[in-house]
Design a protein around this ligand. Structure first.
Ligand code: MN
Length: 736
């Protein structure tokens, strides 16, 4: 496997991965190809020091980028300056955010247009070299033929001209940058993006005005939901009804709760099927909306070049994705979620509101042009509506009674299907095959050969192979728990940073959750419940995996606590003495303890709390045990918080348990020389012979295969915690 595209050197030099929210370019690059004849493109509107558009074209696995100050013009006589800038990583296709102050390109950037590009005169690499690109764009906004021509005598930099070629899409009158200023993802203008919370609050308020407050999102799509099939027929007059074209797409309920997006399709028996992995474009757009809680009813629709809905294209795209060709399939055939109804927005259940009010709110929430769109109600008499729908080759319209609430159709027949007489397309869009879901969750490790541990010559590929090999052992410790990611894109010798936001190209099946830290700052935890997600985060160059001692949904309950024996200023043999004494204390109060190496130089002992206890209880237990240890071994142990006052003693750190405290997970690699692993031990191994340096990324898989996991009961045991608290009280009283 090839490394990251070399072209990204300048991109990396200009940015600090710890400080910018832009993709770093190591996540999931495409296989670099030579001789690019087609690909994806994005046009960003970027309100930096000077407002400009950025046209980014897929070329050889990266995005060749041109800053276009005035934006693309449809007038063939208007040749606009386009300054070629550094290549951007392919994940930048998905980028839309506010680049933080003081960073390169600081300011808001929206995805103004997205689509596919064809290079008409030969491979893009060759066209760029000769200074002339002849393009055909198939975008949400830009269409037809375009040219980029390099200026021969350019005073400063790499200056080109961008202009429209004469065709059906050129125009001397129209200006798309003026007509359609909004993002194709979020529907926001670049000004609104900078203050999207304000926009979210306004929309949430409107939703509450027509609906009722609810905290329940799940009941809106309970599995017992009736199938959404068009069955009834009749001939309502045009009056009193809202008409929608029957787009013959895939009917879904789209739900978003934070970053978690589901697209649920219901089969004839009413059983839901999650199909979001097939629609990363729609998922990305739902994640970009200002409102973070939404339930939308609508159809996933693919449009052909003439703009007509095509069930055939939709089925072909799904089949191509099932074969593993995700990027090309999504680029060639974009899908739009055409929303016909709104069930929930913000904290408001709007199902009881009249359909007109729900539709009006939908139209405000979604982009006018983009991956999400509010279905435009068809105007005019029924005869007129049917005629216009027939012209699109569609089988009919769905008439919905004005004033009606959202309700399962069989309960309240407020919906009617009116046929044009044209046959309904009989195309099955298959999302079911097992191979498909496996192919979709396949993570391609990028940049395998990059050296992460210079002394040992261990690479990023070795790191990913390690996590893949021990997935079964580590996943039980990660499941349902917020995992905090620390990324080391250049290995242990380079800079590291916390991943506090969602990577732009994050696949739909990766789950995250928001948390707050001690200072009430919003942070992001990742939920790593399967081997694909584990490999995905390893591929982000996450070396250590830190976990919280609590699980979703109730993050106030600790299910274990940790005592950390830190030997930085002391010796391992003292930590061993203390750990063994701790085991005696735990035995005396009826609690089990599970030791592991910290992966640096010390030891951790993890104590299970069964189904969970408050953090206050967990911390009190840890603290009392720590104090008893120090009382028994004042010569080698200290709980002194101030480092200078500790002396050459083992620091018994009981402060690693708390709602915002993370510890390194069992079997996590550490970003230290030797690629040491935090390794669970049997108590027999906690002896003077212990050498933590022996447990490394290279040795631990074989050890696991031979000995199994000595910590495997940590999360299974249900010790008597109240009994232990009482006994510990007696023990403390006896010591005093
Ligand atoms: Mn820019």
């Amino acid at each position: 496997m090839a490394g990251p595209p070399k072209q990204l050197g300048e991109y990396h030099r200009k940015r600090s991965p710890a400080a910018t929210n832009e993709p770093f370019g190591d996540e999931a690059p495409l296989e670099p190809r030579a001789g690019t004849l087609s690909g994806a493109y994005v046009v960003h509107l970027h309100d930096a020091t000077r407002r400009h558009y950025d046209l980014r074209l897929e070329v050889g696995g990266v995005l060749a980028s041109f800053a276009v100050p005035r934006g693309p013009s449809l007038d063939p006589d208007e040749k606009g300056l386009a300054v070629k800038t550094e290549d951007h990583p392919i994940e930048y296709l998905e980028f839309e955010d506010v680049i933080p102050d003081k960073q390169y390109g600081a300011g808001p950037m929206i995805a103004w247009d997205r689509g596919s590009v064809e290079y008409l005169e030969g491979p893009a690499e060759e066209e760029i070299a000769r200074g002339k690109l002849d393009l055909r764009l198939r975008g949400m906004k830009l269409r037809g033929r375009w040219a980029l021509v390099k200026l021969k005598k350019s005073a400063k930099g790499d200056e080109w001209l961008l202009f429209k070629k004469k065709d059906d899409f050129s125009s001397k009158e129209r200006s798309l940058v003026d007509e359609l200023p909004r993002s194709v993802l979020s529907g926001l203008t670049v000004e609104e993006l900078a203050d999207r919370e304000k926009r979210a609050r306004a929309l949430a308020k409107e939703a509450l005005a027509i609906g009722k407050a609810t905290s329940r999102l799940d009941e809106l799509f309970a599995p017992k939901r009736s199938p959404l099939v068009v069955a009834a027929s009749g001939s309502p007059s045009g009056r009193g009804f809202i008409h929608d074209a029957d787009l013959e797409g895939v009917r879904v309920l789209a739900t978003r709760d934070g970053d978690v997006v589901s697209l649920l399709r219901f089969d004839a028996s009413g059983a839901p099927e999650s199909i979001e992995a097939f629609y990363p474009d729609v998922v990305r757009a739902l994640r970009a909306l200002p409102l973070t809680r939404i339930v939308i009813d609508g159809d996933l629709v693919a449009f052909d070049d003439a703009g007509h809905p095509s069930a055939k294209l939709l089925a072909e795209r799904a089949a191509r994705i099932a074969r593993g060709d995700l990027h090309r399939a999504v680029t060639a055939t974009p899908v739009v979620l055409v929303a016909t109804d709104l069930l929930l927005a913000g904290d408001a259940d709007v199902r009881p509101a009249p359909i007109e009010a729900r539709r009006a709110l939908l139209a405000k929430m979604l982009p006018p042009v983009g991956f999400l769109r509010a279905a435009p109600p068809l105007e005019g008499s029924l005869a007129h509506v049917l005629a216009s729908v027939e012209a699109l080759g569609l089988s009919g319209v769905i008439a919905k009674k004005k004033g009606s609430p959202y309700a399962p159709r069989e309960k309240k027949p407020s919906w009617l299907h009116v046929s044009t007489g044209a046959p309904r397309a009989r195309v099955t869009v298959d999302h079911r095959s097992r191979e498909a879901s496996a192919a979709l969750r396949k993570v391609t490790v990028s940049n395998r050969a990059k050296v992460f541990w210079p002394d040992e010559g261990l690479t990023k590929g070795d790191l990913c192979d390690y996590y893949a090999a021990i997935a079964d052992a580590i996943l039980p410790y990660l499941a349902d728990r917020p995992v905090i990611l620390v990324r080391y894109p250049d290995g242990i010798a380079g800079k590291s940073f916390y991943q506090w936001n969602v990577p732009a190209g994050m696949p739909p099946w990766v789950r995250t959750m928001s948390l707050v830290d001690e200072e009430d700052q919003p942070k992001r935890g990742f939920l790593v419940d399967d081997a694909s997600t584990l490999l995905y985060i390893a591929n982000l160059a996450c070396i250590p995996l830190h976990i919280l001692a609590c699980r979703v949904p109730d993050l106030s309950q600790a299910d274990f606590f940790t005592i950390d024996f830190d030997v930085k200023q002391s010796e391992l043999r003292h930590a061993i003495t203390l750990a063994r004494t701790l085991r005696e204390l735990l035995d005396a109060i009826g609690l089990p303890g599970f030791p592991k190496t910290s992966g640096q130089s010390g030891l951790h002992v993890l104590v299970p709390l069964g189904k969970g206890q408050t953090f206050a209880t967990a911390c009190a237990l840890a603290d009392l045990l720590g104090k008893l240890l120090v009382e028994r071994h004042p010569d080698i142990a200290t709980m002194e918080r101030i480092v200078k006052r500790r002396g050459p003693k083992v620091y018994v750190d009981t402060g690693q348990t708390g709602p915002t405290r993370a510890i390194v997970a069992p079997y996590s690699v550490r970003a230290v020389a030797g690629a040491r692993v935090s390794t669970p031990l049997s108590w027999d191994e906690v002896s003077p012979k212990l050498d933590p340096a022996r447990f490394t990324m290279k040795t631990v898989p074989a050890r696991l295969a031979k000995l199994g996991d000595p910590m495997r009961d940590l999360l299974r045991l249900r010790p008597d915690v109240p009994g232990a608290v009482a006994k510990l009280g007696e023990l403390v009283a006896a010591t005093r």
